[in-house]
Ligand binder design. Sequence first.
Ligand code: HEM
Length: 147
Amino acid sequence: MVSQQTIDIVKSTAPVLKKQGKEITSRMYEIMFANYPEVKSQFNMSAQADGSQPAKLATAVYSYATHIDDLPSLKSMVEKIAHRHVQTHVQPEQYPIVGECMLQAMQDVLGEDATPEVIDAWKEAYQVLAEIFIHREHEIYEEEGVS
Ligand code: HEM
């Protein structure tokens, strides 16, 4: 469970995520594909080019920021994303890559607004969300007998 301080800081970033979320996630993919080109093959690159995948990720991050203190309400979102992740063979060890690139993207886009407190809070919050996905995806891989 995340600390109350982290919840408060993450929630306080919701307005800026609403406004600049897609800019952040577009930058996140730019960094990830440059630094970890091997992940490209898992993605539909036309959904990158037309901006639909960065938009989906931005919506998910915003939903998480606004519901971080009410995780059960995110169940249907998590379920849909987890199934898509299993279809595209996402692995637990890839979560730190997305986390690192996401924090870098927040820094790049938000500049001074990405204070050390904001970055620390998002680091902790991302970890919690990553664990939720890893756990659910593990169950789906087991059900499908492909893990
Ligand atoms: C907490 C972290 C993450 C969040 C919030 C997230 C969110 C999302 C969302 C919203 C979608 C779109 C689902 C849909 O089409 O309905 C998606 C798809 C996808 N995600 Fe993630 N994701 C995360 C971590 C990861 C990681 C670690 C990887 C591994 C590289 C990854 C790879 C993918 C891929 C390959 C797709 C399918 C994209 C496509 O169809 O082109 N995601 N994710």
